[in-house]
Design a protein around this ligand. Sequence first.
Ligand code: C5P
Length: 235
Amino acid sequence: MAKDVIIALDFPSAEETLAFLDKFAAEERKPFVKVGMELFYAAGADIVREIKRRGHKIFLDLKLHDIPNTVGRSMAVLSALDVDMCNLHAGGGTAMMKAAIQGLTRADGSRPLLIAVTQLTSTSEEVMHNELWIDRPLDETVMHYASLAAESGLDGVVCSPLEAGKVHSVCGEGFLTVTPGIRFDDASKGDQVRVTTPARARELGSDYIVVGRPVTAAQDPVAAYRRCIADFCAQ
Ligand code: C5P
C-alpha cells in the first residue's frame, strides 16, 4: 500500500477551502485531503463534489455512530459521493461496522476505504473508567476495538504513529494506520500533546499521515506539503 499525506481541510467555509486549494492548482500531485464535520456541516455535499471535480482524493471524516441500519444507509449516501475514505466509531459494535461496509459497497463491488476511530485521543483512561465504566486499560481497549474493526472487514484505524507498530502486529501489516498528531521538529505543537514528525511516522510504520495546521497555517502551504511528502513518502 502506497503511503500518502492527507491534508486536514479544517476550514469553516467553502470559500476559504477553495482559496486554499487554489494554491495547489499548478501541482502535479493533487493532495489527498480530509473533509471533517466543520466543513461538511457548513458547506455540505457540494464542497465534496467540487473537491473531487478538482481531482483530489477525499477522506470524509464524519465518524458515524448509530444503529446498524442507519449507518449502513448513510454510508451508501456517502459512497455515492465518490469519496475515497470514510470513518466510524468502532464503539458502535461489529454489527454496525459490517452494515457500514455493506452500505459503502457500490454496485460494481468498489467502495471507499473504511477506517475506525477506537477511543478518541481526548478520552483519558480516567474518563474511560469513571464515565464510560470501561475497566480495562486504555491501550488494551484501543487494540481490542482495532481487532473488532479488522474482524468486521474494515481497512484500518485512526491512531497515533506511536501505536502504528502495535496495531500492525495485532491486526496485520496490511491493516491501515491513519495517523494525526504530526508536526515538523522546528514548529510549535499547538494543542496536540504527543507529536511525531513525518519522517518519524514513516519509520514507525504509519500508512497515512493526517496533517492540518503545519500545512494550512504555513506561510507557504505548498512548500510545507512538499516537505511532508519528501519526508514521509521517501523510500
Ligand atoms: O492541525 P492538526 O495537524 O493538529 O490537525 C489534525 C487533524 O486530525 C484535525 O482535523 C483533527 O481533528 C484530526 N484528528 C486528530 N487526532 C485524532 C483524530 C483526528 O488530531 N485522534
